[in-house]
Write a new protein. Structure first.
Length: 109
């Protein structure tokens, strides 16, 4: 995410890769970052990460943040990964069907 596109009140997302406890299994965690204040002159951003107290950081702290919430695929063991293009398309189609979109004409019979 670019520093110039940040505005106070925005909610962006941060993805962190880490190990699951004392194992060699990696997983992902998704955190919500609420932008509280942006100082374009000094290059500083004030934000609250995952509902914690506010933090002041440089403009480079916002580079890994994502504007839209990423789709994370979870397995039975707790392992997480980012979704592929096909999985994103399937989730978008399923979401559209749930929101009350009409089925195709030939399917109505």
């Amino acid at each position: 995410m670019k520093f110039e596109s940040l505005k106070p009140g925005m909610v962006v997302y941060d993805i962190r890769k880490h190990r699951m406890g004392n194992t060699t299994i990696n997983t992902l965690s998704l955190y919500e970052v609420r932008v509280l204040e942006v100082d374009h002159e000094k290059g500083k951003v004030t934000y609250s990460w995952n509902g914690n107290r506010s933090v002041v950081s440089s403009r480079y702290a916002c580079e890994p943040w994502k504007k839209n919430k990423p789709l994370i695929i979870r397995s039975a063991m707790g392992y997480c990964r980012l979704a592929t293009k096909e999985e994103k398309a399937a989730a978008k189609t399923a979401e559209g069907n749930v929101k009350g979109m009409k089925p195709p004409q030939d399917a109505q019979g």
